[in-house]
Ligand binder design. Sequence first.
Ligand code: 2M8
Ligand code: MG
Ligand code: MG
Length: 278
Amino acid sequence: RLVFTDLDGSLLDHDSYDWQPAHPWLERLRFANVPVIPVSSKTRAELLALRVQLGLEQSPFIAENGAVIGLPPAWQHARLDRDPDDIGSLCVKTPGLDIGFIRKRLEVIRERQGLSYCCMGEMSLEDIMAVTGLSEPQARQARLREGSEPVLWQDDDALISRFRDSLDSDGMQLTRGGRFWHVMGHSHKGSAVGWLIDRFRALRGQRPHTLALGDGPNDIPMLQRADLAVLIPGRHGQVVSLEGDHVYHARSPGPAGWSEGMDHWWGETLPDNVSGEE
Ligand code: 2M8
Ligand code: MG
Ligand code: MG
């Protein structure tokens, strides 16, 4: 079994970034040897810090909406991995576009199309802290982007489609997070999750049983990919809809809804202590 989870607004509270209501389930999953894999808009730097706090050091992680994938040793493949990007025992894949290219094109598009938006790379640390409620060290980590740029839209919503078209002709796409829009190459949370499922198969010779949890539009491709899904209500007035027998709609937002979804799907069936269970 594998759990794939969004962080902001799902495992973490949208405003306080707290995960205490989900703590008992995280413990239970750890005890049952089920990897909990963060799949987030956050950066590699943010996830490296958070996975220690969440006790997820043994799990892979997906950062920047799929533009960055981190593999701990147990998830590395003797023949396929080992690239110059590897840091220590972690192997990091960056399937998307480079942040330098993305930021340059964002300047050009804004100028040519006469649109108003502000890129995270242009914001001061104080601005980022004010908009997100992150602490200063956290805001510094959020600014260390590799393959996706968060953008604050300051124009008419009707112009979003024009923005999307310009990005598309540059080989980029737009996805919606909680507070920001995120501009990146053509990877997304669903493709990165698919990549990790394939990797699991290559290493273990069998398909994992997967459960995914998320609250935002950018989580839809991931929720569609999993065997079981939990859609958590978002706090940001976005309409996110997903239907199907494999989808449970949680009533509570954030980590309380996260636990509710885990109770619904695995409350009865997750063994209490299984070594090496898949
Ligand atoms: C941004 O991501 C969230 C994800 O939903 C958003 O769009 O609101 C990113 O900059 C991320 O790196 C950062 O940690 C987060 C903080 O709220 O905001
Ligand atoms: Mg979210
Ligand atoms: Mg997110």
